[in-house]
Design a protein around this ligand. Structure first.
Ligand SMILES: O=C[C@H](O)COP(=O)(O)O
Length: 250
């Protein structure tokens, strides 16, 4: 059985003061969660979140990581820097990074290798845009993104990676993939992992759905056999909403 994982992705939101308030409010609301609970936050909020989350189930995540150990990469953060700040999880290859910051499958892979090597838990994002879905390329695209992203990892390392399937057309739009659509594409991703790394490995990989997941649709999505959690944007910015998603099984 794979343990579900619900992760918030705050994106470019919240000051440290607001971060502290949100996590302080969230703490008691998620104390009985049956899943792993993570908040991936802007780096300026690491210290505030770490402090506020003390003694709770809430784990700290980052929204990106660079592949180099150190060097002349203005504005970037290394895996060791994240670890030194108490970060446990890191999102890699989010569609907004791919769309606005020139992230490619190759750089996603470089970041995944560096993060895994440093001992961070990776949440690697894949997903098709509207045109790609309409043209019938969804399966081929997510398979490709998944296998390139994981390239160079051992089976044991792959088993620990979390994959987030996020159809780009469902992000921040209020449109959600249907429960069946999300389940089917996540099944395609798992089958691709199984072909390359074996069924045993694929059955251990946790695959989240992301894209307008919220308190209203979480139960249906989480009832699907292939869906092991969610990567939540908008609904992670308010403690009551995020806690309802986290407590989807209650
Ligand atoms: O990383 C989270 C996703 O981009 C989903 O964002 P959303 O829940 O606001 O659609």
């Amino acid at each position: 059985m794979r343990k579900p994982i619900i992760a918030g992705n705050w994106k470019m939101n919240k000051t440290p003061e607001e971060a502290k308030a949100l996590v302080t409010e969230l703490k008691p609301l998620v104390k009985d969660a049956n899943c792993d609970v993570v908040v991936c936050v802007p780096a300026v909020n690491f210290a505030a979140v770490k402090e506020a989350a003390k003694g709770s189930k809430i784990k700290l995540g980052a929204e990106n990581v660079h592949w180099a150990k150190s060097g002349a990469y203005t504005g970037e953060l290394s895996a060791d820097m994240l670890k030194a700040c108490g970060v446990e999880y890191v999102i890699i290859g989010h569609s907004e990074r791919r769309q606005y910051f020139g992230e490619t499958d190759k750089t996603v892979n470089q970041r995944v290798l560096a993060a895994v090597e440093a001992g961070l838990k990776v949440i690697m994002c894949v997903g098709e845009n509207k045109e790609e879905r309409e043209a019938g390329y969804t399966d081929a695209l997510v398979e490709y993104q998944t296998l390139i992203g994981l390239n160079g990892l051992t089976k044991e390392q792959v088993a620990k990676v979390i994959i987030a399937y996020e159809p780009v057309w469902a992000i921040g739009t209020g449109l959600t993939a249907t429960d069946e659509q999300a389940n089917e594409t996540i099944g395609v991703i798992r089958a691709a992992v199984a072909r390359k790394y074996g069924k045993g490995t694929a059955n251990k990989v946790r695959i989240q759905y992301g894209g307008s997941m919220n308190p209203k649709n979480v139960k249906g999505l989480m009832a699907q056999p292939e869906i092991d959690g969610g990567l939540i944007g908008g609904a992670s910015l308010k403690a009551p909403d995020f806690s309802l998603v986290v407590n989807y099984d209650k």
